[in-house]
Design a protein. Sequence first.
Length: 214
Amino acid sequence: MTEKKARGAQAGDGAERPALPATSWAVLGLLSFGEELSGYDLKKWSDWSLRFFYWSPSFSQIYGELKRLEKVGYVSSRMVAQETGNRDKRVYVITDEGMAAVRHWAREAPVEPPVLKHGVMLRLWLGHLLEADQMREVLGRHREYAETMRQRAEVDAAGARAEAAWAYPSLVLKWSERYYASERDLADAMLADLDEMAAAEGAGEAGDAGRRRP
């Protein structure tokens, strides 16, 4: 999902809902599970779940979206004292209007194809500018990253299954686990492809050398 703003949607009472960027819906979606959360909580939850399939907004982006959502009446906030004696913190809760809006968005938003921006593949596409060892190193690092993310998604999916309210986030985390497993396997396949290319080039060079002998 891109950050491009969609047109305002008609609310049930005929009023037009404000157009919001995708990150607003992500933050509002986190609040739709009914918890009263601080900006820190939202960042922690997005790191735990959203980052595997969307992205994890920065603190500044989360607080910016919270201000936007409160301005349009989709969330409300209050200050609460902390037991640790630290300064009071502001917590946010979704309003009935906000719940109606995010429910409408989830049900009615057009299905947009994901935009793939694969930096590793862009570098491999420029393989004619790299040494063979460099290409293998890039792929090796990507494989390691994909397997690390797969393991983290697996752990988080197991944790989500313990909460009935997180049944669907658990399902998406399971998808994330499979996605990163596929990225790992694709890296392995490309490493094998590079070996095959190197062997073919070596055989070709050997043939050329044989033909050049007097």
